[in-house]
Design a protein around this ligand. Structure first.
Ligand code: EPZ
Length: 416
């Protein structure tokens, strides 16, 4: 298992490119199960989660090749419809094959994803949505068995906005008989990119970008090619890495529009942000503590909650973060405290007394974004920080350490 060794207090400077989006790539890969044939996905990040989804598609009978950020998928021989426990337990997004398999084969058997490092993560909205479309769902021996002779258009009103449930039900709806209306859907850019891809495959989805999608079912879909959108969370992570070192970087090949509130918060702290069509420059210093509240897009993303906490622990004054998406996304706090951060947790709120001196220490990562937060904090810490379990980071970031080193960070990956 790899570790990072970081020698902190180096200012980041220079230009860096963002990779394609993990959370856009995973559902699009699952969508390839909806029609037989050859797909080419470009700008695909070379990260563990993408490789796990590729493995799952292979188990289902697809041929998948991955080279130079290009993923070739051939779904001509897919006839298997079971997503096994061993894979689902390593990546919850495996549940994304449930909707497409059901729509395509009328049956799916997918391991029930358990809890995870972010707290309870139920899938009731996925299952209720599928039942509303006419599926029969049974849970046995840790597996979801979904079957349907025929799925029919209907209206689904999601109790709360869920990226995963919207993704699954959208994919299940495109081939049904009749019209489906999905209300209170998640509007994350990754959902829009999936909906656009499905339309490219021949689906008829209207209302993309709003919280109501109308899907007119079609009889058949056909394969399509796509270039993945830039990863907005990696973009934010790189900006925060520069910010905490009082650096000055230009992040290229990103989509500033997808980071609205994040850029506003960085400005509120005191950083100078300049955007162009597909790039963001950050410079300046932190001056003000801030308050953040995570909520579904376009509000502040939960995936940048931990990385922001790392930055705010170095900003003088009291900052407050409310986490409203996941029940327990604070496992990183005790690690930041080891560096000297003053953070107190009260239910879903953390209060950060910022500005304490951070000094390097051995740390352990607990999930993708917690790992990113530890890396960011290490960049500002005096001396050496050793971060173990960086496989969490590798699930979602392509060689983050190389990108940071390119910008002047002293960070090294070592095999433990
Ligand atoms: C997606 O997870 C992302 N994963 C997460 O990214 C991200 O943190 C999250 O959306 C929120 O933006 C992928 O895109 C692969 P949700 P997802 O369903 O779909 C509750 C990362 O680090 N809920 O939008 O699982 C749920 O408990 C990750 O890249 C139900 O109650 O999130 C949560 O409180 C981690 N019932 C809220 O909804 C359900 O059936 C939002 O979760 C489904 C969800």
């Amino acid at each position: 298992m790899d570790k990072f060794i970081v020698l902190g207090e180096k200012k980041l400077k220079g230009i860096i490119s963002v990779s394609g989006s993990k959370n856009a790539g995973l559902p699009i890969m699952a969508a390839s199960l909806l029609a037989d044939g050859h797909y080419i996905l470009k700008n695909v990040p070379d990260i563990i989660d993408i490789r796990t989804m590729a493995k799952l598609l292979r188990i289902l009978g697809a041929k998948v090749e991955f080279e130079n950020h290009e993923l070739k998928i051939n779904t001509e021989n897919c006839s298997y419809y079971e997503a096994p426990y061993d894979l689902v337990k390593t990546m919850r997004a495996s549940i994304y094959v449930l909707g497409p398999l059901l729509a395509r084969f009328g049956k799916a058997k997918v391991s029930f994803p358990g809890g995870c490092a972010l707290g309870a993560r139920p899938i009731n909205l996925h299952l209720q949505g599928l039942q509303k479309l006419g599926a029969n769902i049974e849970i046995e021996h840790g597996y979801i068995y979904a079957t349907a002779k025929k799925l029919n258009g209907t209206e689904v009103i999601f109790e709360k906005k869920s990226v995963g449930a919207t993704t699954n039900i959208l994919m299940a709806s495109v081939l049904v008989d009749g019209i489906t209306i999905l209300r209170n859907v998640a509007c994350e850019p990754e959902i829009n990119s999936l909906a656009n891809f499905l339309n490219k495959m021949g689906a008829k989805i209207e209302g993309i970008g709003t919280d109501c999608l109308t899907i007119s079912g079609v009889k058949n879909l056909h394969p399509a090619d796509v270039t993945l959108i830039p990863d907005r969370i990696e973009t934010g992570t790189l900006l925060l890495a520069a910010a905490i070192t009082k650096g000055n970087i230009n992040v290229k090949n990103c989509c500033p529009m997808d980071l609205g509130i994040v850029l506003e918060k960085l400005k509120e702290i005191g950083f100078s942000i300049e955007t162009e069509n597909d790039s963001i420059k950050i410079s300046g210093k932190a001056k003000n503590p801030i308050e953040i509240s995570t909520n579904p897009y376009p509000a502040f993303p939960t995936d940048l909650q931990a990385p922001f906490a790392a930055l705010l622990s170095t900003v003088k004054g009291i900052s407050i973060i409310d986490e409203n998406i996941f029940s327990d996304r604070f496992m990183y706090i005790s690690e930041l405290q080891r560096l000297g951060a003053d953070i107190k947790l009260d239910k879903n709120r953390i209060v950060i007394h910022g500005g304490t001196k951070l000094t390097g220490a051995p740390l352990m990562a607990s999930d993708i974004r917690a790992a990113a937060a530890l890396v960011i904090a290490a960049l500002a810490s005096e001396g050496k920080t050793e971060i173990s379990r960086v496989y969490h980071l590798d699930r979602g970031y392509e060689r983050l350490e190389s990108k940071l080193a390119q910008l002047g960070a002293d960070i090294e990956r070592i095999e433990d």
